[in-house]
Each structure stands twice: as C-alpha cells, then as structure tokens.
Design a protein around this ligand. Structure first.
Ligand code: LIP
Length: 297
C-alpha cells in the first residue's frame, strides 16, 4: 500500500501523456485480420500492438509510481485480482476487433482506482483524436476543455427506454447461459410494446466498453448494458461517466453499487437533477431475461 495520498492531478497529467504516446503506437501499426492471435476463441483477439502498448505503459507507470499496483489486460492473471491498493487499471487497446478491422472505434483506456473506486480516467481514441478524461470531484471533459455532458445544462430529461438510444455488446462468449440471456434481453429491448418489449429507439454496438461509457457520459447515448468485460474495459470510463452526472448500476437486477471488477454493468447518462435515472435502470432490469454470471478467469 502506498504511504502517501495519490496526487490525482499529477496522475491525470501523466496518463494523458502516456495516452498520446500509446496513440502513436496504435495508429502506426498495421494489424492483419488473418495474422492476429486469439485468446479463448476466434472473436477474442489480441495483437502484438496490444502487448507492446501494455509493456510501454506498464514500464512507465511502474517507474514513476513504484508504490502503486498495475493491472493490465494482457498481463492479468486470476491469481492476482484487484485489491484496495491504489491501482492503475489499463486496457492497451479497448476495441481490439475494431482495431484489427480498421473500424475507427478503438482506444487506450487508462484508469486509476483506490479502494476499488475509480478516481482518474483517461480514454483516448487515436483514430479520431478524441480524448475523454476525469478526476474524481472535478468533472469530466472531452479534449480537455469541453465539459461533459456535451449539452451541459440543456441535457434533456430521461424519458424511459422507448425514447432511448442504447449500447449493448455481443462480447466474445457465443454460447451458454450468458449468451442466451443477452439474446433474449436484446429481443425484449427491441420488440414492440404490443409484444411486451421496450421498443428502444435503437441499439448500438461500438465494440469498445470504454468508448461506450464515454458516449453515455457525453449524452449521445442514454444507456449502456454490458456483461463479460473486465475492470480494465470500464475503470477509466466509469469515472468519466459519473463525473458527467451519470450513474453505474449492476448489469443484473437489484444492485445499485457494483464493483469495478464485477464484470456486469449498466450505465445511465446524466439528466437534470438525476431525474429518470433510477426509473430507467429499473425499467431496463425488468427486461433482462436471465442472469449474467462471470468468474474472474
Ligand atoms: C472488448 C470490450 C467490448 C466487450 C468485449 C471486450 P477488448 O474489449 O470493450 O465492449 O464487449 O467483451 O472485452 O478485448 O477489445 O479490449
């Protein structure tokens, strides 16, 4: 455990600097769809760039902050789970499938948590040059100057799922109970009210949890539901979301305070005085058909 209270502003600046360097590595790489490695199956991809970026970032963080822990997607092992200690939680490329295909929705996600609570977040999409960042208690910003949500005080009230644009993800598990839960829930979210559905405006799958959370923080999406991704996918985006007035609930019904490593999440954007947020979460939970369940392996 570190002896001194972390200087969050300094951490924030350093993470932004690292995101810029990582962005250069990511945009100068040329991954080949047929040449990339897979982890547990053919949609769970990893590239040399993921590994190289994580190595650069972890070396820099360990050198500057030797007292803090480091958790990264490419070097994670279940024998070393997240603890209360100050920890950098890093996804070198969130949206690896997009990165491989050249679909410009990928980013580096750099989070810092203390006592399991996200405190600093930096998410940088080097393909669009968009930087999202936040420090606990200091608001969330796009490209450092534009405060989130983008509409500021004009952010509209939430008005239920039938007027919501939401994000969901397919993930890389394509069979089993979690897959069935997702499919049946997607159906319920999409279908008409007459058929018992929510009939959302539409659903988006941008392939990056961090960018989904930043889109909810920005207010261009109303909600994001996810099961199966990891602390490194959400830590940075989480603090950007909550600093923009959004809330994070559990991806399964009933729990309003999920942990950053719970692997199930439901994010809702900010609204005037938070109106409609709890109602939207409860309405969403009522459409979940099954139970999401993940281990830390
Ligand atoms: C991916 C996420 C995506 C999620 C996938 C995966 P990766 O991260 O951000 O939104 O649905 O399960 O975890 O593998 O590109 O870093």
């Amino acid at each position: 455990m570190a002896e001194e209270t972390p200087n969050l502003s300094e951490v924030h600046e350093f993470l932004i600097e690292l995101a810029g360097k990582a962005g250069e590595l990511i945009t100068s790489a040329h991954p080949l769809i047929n040449g990339v490695g897979s982890k547990k199956n053919s949609s769970d991809l990893v590239t040399e760039t993921d590994r190289a970026v994580e190595a650069v970032v972890s070396d820099a963080l360990r050198t500057k902050y030797p007292d803090y822990e480091f958790m990264g997607e490419e070097t994670y092992h279940p024998s070393k789970p997240l603890t209360e200690a100050p920890t950098f939680i890093v996804d070198p490329i969130d949206g690896t499938v997009n990165f491989v295909h050249g679909f410009p929705s990928a980013c580096i996600s750099l989070g810092f948590a203390v006592g399991y609570e996200p405190m600093v977040g930096v998410v940088f999409n080097p393909f669009t040059n968009t930087l999202y960042s936040a420090i606990k208690g200091q608001g969330a910003f796009m490209n450092r100057t534009k405060k989130l949500p983008l509409k500021g005080d004009d952010v509209e009230p939430l008005n239920g799922l039938s007027s919501a644009l939401i994000a969901v993800e397919w993930g890389s598990d394509r069979s089993g109970a979690n897959w069935e839960t997702k499919l049946r829930t997607f159906e319920s979210l999409g279908k008409s009210k007459e058929q018992g559905g929510a009939m959302v405006h539409s659903m988006r799958s941008m392939g990056s949890a961090a960018l989904n959370l930043c889109s909810v923080a920005s207010g261009v999406l109303d909600l994001y539901w996810e099961g199966g991704c990891w602390a490194w996918d959400v830590c940075a985006g989480w603090i950007i979301l909550t600093e923009a007035g959004g809330i994070m609930a559990d991806g399964n019904p009933g729990n309003w305070q999920p942990r950053v490593d719970s692997r199930r999440y439901l994010a809702v954007r900010g609204s005037p005085k938070g109106e409609g947020q709890t109602e939207l979460v409860e309405e969403f939970w009522s459409h979940i058909k099954g139970t999401l369940s993940y281990s830390d392996e």
